[in-house]
Design a protein around this ligand. Structure first.
Ligand code: NAD
Ligand code: MG
Length: 362
């Protein structure tokens, strides 16, 4: 049985598109209204293909559907692997009227979207995200791209999809560690923009970890609403969009320190959000009790609360010095002005930052 639970529009003028959220939608919802030509190319990977390719094909009745299967993993988010998509498109003679469909997590979504931005100078694409992280974050907003050996996501384009289809059932096959990692970004939306959602998360986190459909649908809807509002106000990251990086400056330092693949992005962001809350409390914008609420939520999501053992304040300072948000060598951080309200600032007192780092590195 399929059930559409929520629908919202990402409002970007003529580039606006719907996000359709529900249970059992894959294989049931007809996506042909979002396809202009007769050809569809599904881009997926070797893990997701056996699970969902048949159902995904059923979303395009009457269309000529081809499939490219990529190897699985962030390390394949590169030029060589991207070329496999172009090989498939050219071998199967896909024209400028083709539609690409990204079926998988954020890696497949970013690569499929970037291939769509480049192929024949740009063709339409549809996102069918299958991880929680991709459903609440990477499938919305139009950032696409690949990694370069010298930097993550360094080659890319803005290219908005025609539609995003989110089937909460696909999360049932996702490893629970990946579910928790996605929940970090969900908590982030409450913290940066939606205090009411934070209250809701405190009551419902157990239902989310247990993947109860209704609760998961609600959490995805509110997360996508938040991201859609931020993106609609700042499509190309001129300013506001940077608040989506709450917890990410500390988090990226943890990811880099711990080495590729040892910490999931969401795990590092969870710790990073507690650190940002701790610093905000020292700056006096939130209370110690509110800082403790953040830590509790992160822990309820099944995420770590501390950086990896052996990581020192100097490690943090050195790794954070290369953050993209920094301007003229000045460290810029996303901090909480209140619960549910974030701001990008370079004004945090050095002694407060030192105290936060010292408190977490033991
Ligand atoms: P991922 O795409 O690597 O997926 C995680 C793992 O889950 C993979 O092994 C994948 O094959 C597997 N998987 C996917 N769906 C599954 C399912 N339903 N059942 C079982 N296994 C499944 O990782 P991710 O966390 O989804 O995405 C991370 C990527 O997203 C990073 O490359 C990051 O840069 C990117 N990202 C992009 C944006 C953006 O705005 N474009 C935002 C955030 C993150
Ligand atoms: Mg993130």
């Amino acid at each position: 049985m399929s059930k559409i639970l929520h629908q919202l529009i990402v409002d970007l003028g003529e580039r606006s598109y719907p996000i359709i959220i529900g249970q059992g939608l894959l294989g049931e919802v007809d996506l042909t209204p979002y396809v202009t030509g007769s050809q569809v190319m599904i881009v997926t990977n070797e893990t997701v293909a056996p699970l969902y390719q048949d159902k995904a094909r059923e979303c395009f009745p009457g269309k000529c559907v081809d499939l490219v299967t990529l190897p699985d993993g962030e390390k394949y988010k590169d030029w060589q692997t991207l070329n496999l998509i172009f090989d498939g498109l050219l071998e199967k003679r896909h024209t400028r009227k083709t539609t690409l469909v990204a079926l998988g997590g954020g890696v497949v979504g970013d690569m499929g979207g970037f291939a769509a931005a480049c192929y024949q100078r740009g063709v339409p694409f549809i996102q069918i995200p299958t991880t929680l992280l991709s459903q609440v974050d990477s499938s919305v907003g139009g950032k696409t791209g690949i990694n370069h050996p010298l930097g993550k996501n360094m080659i890319g384009a803005f290219h908005q999809p025609e539609a995003v289809l989110i089937d909460t059932n696909s999360l049932k096959t996702l490893p629970s560690r990946e579910v928790s990692a996605g929940l970090a970004e969900v908590i982030k939306y409450g913290l940066i923009r939606d205090p009411g959602f934070l209250d809701w998360l405190e009551v419902n986190m157990g239902r989310l970890v247990a993947l109860e459909d209704e609760a998961v649908g609600q959490a995805i809807f509110r997360s996508c609403t938040c991201k859609a509002e931020v993106v609609a106000k700042d499509e190309r990251e001129g300013g506001l969009r940077a608040i989506l990086n709450l917890g990410h400056t500390f988090g990226h330092a943890i990811e880099t320190f711990s080495g590729y693949g040892n910490w999931l992005h969401g795990e590092a962001v969870g710790v990073g959000m507690i650190m940002a809350a701790d610093l905000s409390a020292r700056e006096g914008t939130i209370t110690r009790e509110e800082r403790a609420r953040v830590a509790r939520l992160v822990s309820l999501a099944g995420l770590p609360e501390r950086p990896p053992e052996g990581m020192t304040p100097d490690d943090f300072m050195n790794l954070m010095a290369v953050d993209k948000k920094n301007v003229d060598g000045q460290l810029r951080l996303v901090l909480l002005r209140a619960m549910g309200d974030a701001v990008v600032t370079a004004d945090a007192a050095v002694e407060n930052l030192s105290a936060t780092l010292a408190g977490f590195c033991r």
